[in-house]
Design a protein around this ligand. Structure first.
Ligand SMILES: C[S@@+](CC[C@H](N)C(=O)[O-])C[C@H]1O[C@@H](n2cnc3c(N)ncnc32)[C@H](O)[C@@H]1O
Length: 246
């Protein structure tokens, strides 16, 4: 199924717009104490703009120049901080950022890019002790079934693969949880069916119920099986300079 102009769902009364903001809120909660943030694989730029609005010095980059052009049009206030750039070659000085966010981007770096090269770059431009925040699809039975129903194919990086990868590269996992029970699937995201009518009064209670149920299920250990996203926050234990000499 092909959706024309998916970015339009970030505008008007689309439920996805409210869900997208909720995802940004969850990510921003992981960034306390950080100032300079890179939104790597920023897509249409909503997180970069939200980070700036929250007071961070945020930059967004994406390999797809067309998405960057669209992002600049959607969020003109952040246009000067949105650049086309591939994760394989991040044109920033060493240790430039306090934190790097991969929002729905890790699975692409995992299956469609040179993961080793991308992470070498991430580790180079993150300051010692800097933070990596991963927010990525949790490809469990529910998510895979839903994707099959709408004939949507996507790359995958499981929670366990992400964890193992980070630990092997000397990252220390600080926080891990699962989130997103029903708001994302009801909204359709960028590519699915929109199952909630365009009635904004409905959105806050739906988002609140989704938040409460998601966090309860995550706490009860059901997140891996039922929830649509995982969140991993990690800190690199070895500084870039130290790992280079070994
Ligand atoms: C699923 S989209 C997520 C976009 C945005 N972060 C969001 O949450 O809406 C994944 C994004 O990663 C970008 N991407 C994939 N491979 C990349 C790479 N090697 N370097 C930079 N960006 C990449 C894609 O162009 C795409 O915009």
């Amino acid at each position: 199924m092909k959706i024309a102009s998916p970015w339009k769902r970030l505008q008007g009364n689309h439920f996805w717009r409210a869900v997208d903001r909720e995802h940004n809120r969850i990510i921003i909660e992981q960034l306390a104490g950080c100032t300079h943030i890179l939104d790597l694989g920023c897509g249409y730029g909503s997180l970069t703009a939200a980070l700036q609005q929250a007071g961070f010095q945020a930059v967004g980059v994406d390999a797809d120049a067309e998405q960057i052009a669209q992002a600049r049009a959607l969020f003109p206030e952040a246009a000067n901080a949105l650049f086309p750039m591939d994760a394989a070659r991040l044109e920033f000085p060493d240790q430039r950022f306090d934190a790097i966010v991969l929002r729905d981007t890790l699975h692409h770096l995992w299956e469609e890019a040179d993961t080793e090269q991308a992470f070498s770059e991430i580790e180079r431009i993150l300051r010692p002790g800097g933070r990596l925040v991963i927010f990525d699809p949790n490809p469990n039975f529910v998510v895979r079934t839903a994707r099959r129903l709408i004939a949507h194919q996507d790359a995958e990086c499981t929670f366990q693969q992400a964890r193992t990868w980070l630990e092997q590269r000397d990252w220390k996992i600080q926080r891990q949880f699962f989130t997103e029970l029903f708001a994302l699937p009801l909204s359709g995201g960028y590519v699915g069916l929109e199952l909630v009518p365009a009635w904004p009064a409905l959105y806050p209670p739906l988002i609140a119920a989704n938040r409460i149920l998601s966090s309860a299920l995550s706490r009860w250990g059901l997140g891996p099986h039922l929830l649509w996203r995982y969140v991993l926050t990690a800190v690199r234990q070895t500084s870039f300079g130290a790992s280079r000499t070994t």
